[in-house]
Design a protein around this ligand. Structure first.
Ligand code: SF4
Ligand code: SF4
Length: 70
């Protein structure tokens, strides 16, 4: 697959779909529901809501999330 990039308000979130194992920790941990699982892979359709808390990066067991602020 590939690295999927989401950008808004000067924030960039990249998800490495080859690394993502789809267990959804990022979905559960994000306080503003930035992430959604689609076909067992993470997406970040609501990046405009991001508060830059970095919990998603820390939660991902696969190291699949890169965040410009974290
Ligand atoms: S940095 Fe925080 S608010 Fe932004 S996507 Fe990650 S968990 Fe959600
Ligand atoms: S926490 Fe990481 S491995 Fe799990 S769904 Fe999110 S991006 Fe994928």
């Amino acid at each position: 697959m590939a690295i999927k990039k989401y950008e808004a308000n000067g924030i960039t979130i990249e998800i490495d779909l080859d690394k993502c194992v789809g267990a959804g920790e990022c979905v559960d941990v994000c306080p503003v529901e930035v992430f959604e699982l689609v076909d067992d892979k993470a997406t970040a359709p609501n990046v405009t809501e991001c508060t830059e808390c970095c919990l998603c990066v820390d939660s991902c067991p696969a190291g699949a999330i890169t965040h410009s602020s974290c």
